[in-house]
Design a binder for this molecule. Structure first.
Ligand SMILES: [Zn+2]
Ligand SMILES: [Zn+2]
Length: 186
């Protein structure tokens, strides 16, 4: 049997579970609201585990979904999501390499972005995952890429910006009716 036939048979229509997902999302939003002030220990890391961040405290208020061009290129995706934690709640372990944006001496970029005041992004020099950043406009907090937590219980984003750059389909993931491929590379 060809791979494509095997793939087809293993597809599950995501839309079949859409109603359940909507109900679940309602519950998740409720529990996020209730749990937000509780002190938690959350751990983020790069893919190889060398660069790690531990956050101890309530879940942060500022969690942003940003589709600006800086975030698209940096995340390799249609948007990035990050949470800002008070510095005193954050413990960083391991080595990082950092770079600043806007890049000093480079031609100014012709798009708006979420690092207007300047930001320094830290990534693992071994595996390349960006884990955290500091913003010149917000010295009291450290931003952490929420993907680095790889934790589906992490609260959802609350704010966004630079929406002229967003990919329209990202606002309606259920509308994509994605086929879920089980146990296959994609
Ligand atoms: Zn790494
Ligand atoms: Zn951005």
């Amino acid at each position: 049997m060809s791979d494509s036939k095997t793939d087809r048979r293993s597809f599950i229509k995501a839309s079949a579970g859409a109603a359940a997902a909507v109900a679940l999302a309602g519950n998740l939003n409720k529990s996020h609201a209730e749990d937000r002030s509780a002190v938690k220990t959350r751990k983020a890391s790069c893919n190889c585990g060398q660069l790690r961040v531990k956050c101890v405290g309530p879940d942060p208020e500022r969690i942003s979904l940003c589709p600006c061009k800086l975030c698209q290129r940096q995340s390799g995706s249609a948007f990035a999501i990050q949470a800002r934690f008070p510095r005193e709640q954050v413990k960083i372990e391991g080595k990082s390499t950092s770079w600043r944006f806007p890049i000093e001496g480079a031609e100014p970029v012709n798009f708006t972005h979420c690092a207007e005041a300047g930001a320094e992004f830290h990534f693992c020099p071994v595996c390349g995952s960006t884990v955290y950043y500091t913003s010149d406009a917000d010295d009291a907090r450290i931003g952490i890429k929420i993907g680095a937590f790889a934790d589906p219980t992490f609260p959802p984003p609350k704010i966004t910006g630079h929406i002229k750059y967003r990919h329209p389909w990202t606002m309606d993931l259920e509308g994509l009716s994605l086929d879920v491929v089980q146990g296959k590379q994609h």
